[in-house]
Design a binder for this molecule. Sequence first.
Ligand code: SRM
Ligand code: SF4
Length: 571
Amino acid sequence: MSHPSVEDIKANSRHLRGTLLHGLADPVTGSLSFEDQRLVKFHGTYQQDDRDIRDERRRQKLEPAHQFMIRIRAPGGMFSPAQWLQLDAIATTHANHSLRITTRQTFQFHGVIKRELKATMQAINASLLDTVSACGDVNRNVLASSNPLQSRLHAQVQDWAQRLSEKFLPNTRAYYEIWLDEEKVADSTNVDEPLYGATYLPRKFKMAVAVLPLNDVDVFANDFGLIAIVDEHGALAGFNVAIGGGMGASHGDAATYPRLADVIGFVTPERVLAIAEAAITVQRDLGDRVERKHARFKYTIDTHGLDAIVALMEARAGFKLEPARAFSFDHNGDRFGWVEDEDGHGHLTLRIPAGRILDSEQGQHLTGLREIARIHPGEFRLTANQNLVIAGVPAGQRARIDALVATYGLDVHARASGLRLNALACVALPTCALAMAEAERYLPELLDKAEVLLGKHGLLDAPIHLRISGCPNGCSRPYLGEIALVGKAPGRYNLMLGADHRGQRLNVLHRENIDEAAILSTLDELFARYAAQRTPDQSSLEKRFGDFLIDAGIVTPLARPRNDIAIEVIA
Ligand code: SRM
Ligand code: SF4
């Protein structure tokens, strides 16, 4: 029996209700219907199964071990200590005793079974958080740079992330009725949904706001990106706007590809919401509603042409964009350790390996951060590189935080190589249904082996960006890694090389479908050549690894992305 299309499911869902109430109450199966599995994403949760035991369960003629991943909506990735403690309690009560920081600055819970799903959603809501639009064909969690040095600017940008997220939430009350038992009013399924309509967007839509000089949000990987521009007094003058970024691709399908966003102009703050809405409605109306693999805004732009899309956005917004302002990014990684902001508050960025907060032999992250949350007067900020900032620490409190960091082994950043500090891994197995190879679980072993090679060549301090994804969908934004591994099959990866360290150049395929031995021997050879670039006194490297790979002719970059144009202005 063939399933209805996602477009039909959305259209017939009475604004995202489907038969979810009935399906959640059905005790016979741990699963939801095919249709409801598509709809429940809009409520921030995915049905998955434990793939480690899938075959065994099949042999035993049992249904798969169904479970749910839940993703929180957290614009700018900001959480209070009280919320931290509540989320920790949810992870240990309803989920798999871990909190997973995602590459979009929020938390995921894994391993929640269907009969606990509603209680978990209610507990999340009780912590004054929600999961609305964390997944689904809508505007997703909005990223904001975690740069804590310019605290006042950061606060403004954080506010913009919040406003963009709120502005583009759907109007449907389905979430509140299904999960929070909100009383259903007679015509509530007939809700006015002026932005999204009955079929929402053709595909997910992603926004990010970057604060120079850090591109820690990878702004060019988003459908709609803003780059904050400050005036000569350090006040927010407005934003450069970039459209059409995205990472997802499919192996062997040339019609799908990663693409960096194009910088299309500058807007003052009061015009931001109008131009963002114009981008969403243009994509809503012109995006491909037949082929989901071809439905992201990046393809709409390439189908209709950038100039035509920009002209349409300007017509809908009612104004013309100003020319883009000059900008320059330092890098797209995080800054680790303590920094002090202009108001004298301390901010401590901790490395969280692959974003997974749990207690293990490598460190007591769950317990240690719980203890910190109990005494921390500031807030927690997640980064889009899966790390954590303990933010807003008064001077008198730092020693206590440092002591807890040491006690629980949270000082990974003080011990890690440059490669380890800058590594990203997507979740992949065992929960991700689309994974073709390991990513998060393989990363520690891969890093251990790669570090042996780096040590051999005197490169342990080199800040090389490595990204690994279990499939070509690109959830760890692998196509922006100086080195990237993209899963093809168990134990086999495409090795991609040559992105820059600013998130402004895509990498390219270097070797296809190779195993660990081939990966390591290739890296060994490249590290040897890179090490030869050391300055005569051995104190520094002349260029970053990605740039070296290009300059040495090891890989040839793709045609120059247009977001480099603004760089040229200031060069
Ligand atoms: Fe992703 C699908 C995990 C960031 C591109 N992503 C998935 C699913 C839900 C698998 C599925 O559809 O069944 C994964 C769930 C795994 C699990 O077990 O938790 C998943 N994506 C993640 C996270 C958790 C990766 C991580 O390790 O942090 C990230 C959650 C972000 C969040 O909090 O919202 C995550 N995903 C991304 C990013 C990075 C970003 O947005 O900066 C991308 C590339 C950017 C982009 O969207 O182009 C990304 N995820 C995808 C795609 C490819 C979309 C496309 O345009 O083709 C899929 C597959 C799909 O949507 O069909 C996908
Ligand atoms: Fe799953 Fe692929 Fe995303 Fe990794 S990149 S989380 S394997 S969909």
